[in-house]
Write a protein that binds this ligand. Structure first.
Ligand SMILES: [Zn+2]
Length: 255
């Protein structure tokens, strides 16, 4: 009899704890006064992915970047987004970016769970595994935009300019990937020269795009058919702004 009583009290306690937790969750508001259930829970679906054009997706990312810069990020119901993306994903874009911790790609474009594929490697270069990842995103999973994103004051590019040797074949191989982009830029090879450094960062983006086109018939085929768009971009560590780079010239221009 005593045992039954204890179990009964236990159940009562558990029920009241879980009730108060639920009340807290649905009743709590964030700094914008939104409850969890009022936050954005929509995720990318096949229908939405099919409908979007590459240009619309680029616009969407750049609008997201404007929100990031102004600190007006969309407040998302992340648990709901996690739950509704468990069975599948239909991301709109693939972003190849550097590993730099100051380049948080989803934040930069204000994207949620299941919205974009992010491929990251120091110096945003391409190799077999990275090409395979990008081909999966664009050729299999249906993403329609490939963005190669370089960034201000990139440590990998700086190390390549300075021919840093840390005694690792792996690091040397990585820096060697950036070398051709350095050699193409005129001026004194000096990372302290901001103009030269920036020009190399941007040229490295162009070089990566050119290599991707040459090395992946899947990606260049999709691009030639107009099914996807490939763009280069530059992220400013100073103000968080993303600028689209001109495809042919080695100069950036405001989108
Ligand atoms: Zn970097």
């Amino acid at each position: 009899m005593q045992i039954f009583f204890k179990v009964f009290i236990g159940i009562l306690l558990l029920t009241s704890i879980s009730c108060s937790q639920n009340n807290q969750k649905s009743g709590q508001t964030d700094e914008k006064g939104l409850t969890l259930s009022e936050k954005v829970k929509e995720v990318m679906t096949k229908q939405v992915q099919d409908k979007l054009t590459p240009d619309e997706i680029l616009e969407d990312l750049l609008t997201g970047n404007e929100r990031y810069v102004s600190g007006e990020l969309i407040t998302r119901n992340l648990p709901e987004q996690v739950a509704s993306t468990t069975e599948g994903q239909y991301p709109k874009a693939v972003v190849l970016a550097c590993i730099d911790s100051r380049v948080p790609v989803e934040y930069i474009f204000d994207q949620g769970v299941g919205d974009i594929f992010v491929v990251r490697v120091a110096g945003n270069i391409e190799d077999e595994a990275l090409l395979g990842s990008m081909e999966y995103g664009l050729g299999v999973a249906g993403s329609k935009l490939l963005m190669v994103l370089g960034h201000e004051n990139c440590g990998a590019v700086k190390s390549a300019i300075k021919k840093v040797d840390v005694g690792s074949d792996n690091v040397t191989a990585l820096l060697n990937e950036i070398e051709p982009a350095i050699e193409e830029v005129e001026g004194e090879r000096d990372a302290k020269n901001k103009e030269f450094f920036d020009a190399v960062i941007k040229n490295n983006v162009h070089q990566t795009i050119e290599d991707i086109r040459n090395r992946s018939s899947i990606i260049s085929g999709l691009e030639n058919d107009g099914k996807i768009k490939v763009v280069g971009a530059y992220y400013s560590l100073t103000d968080g702004k993303v600028t689209i780079l001109n495809d042919n010239a080695h100069e950036g221009h405001e989108h």
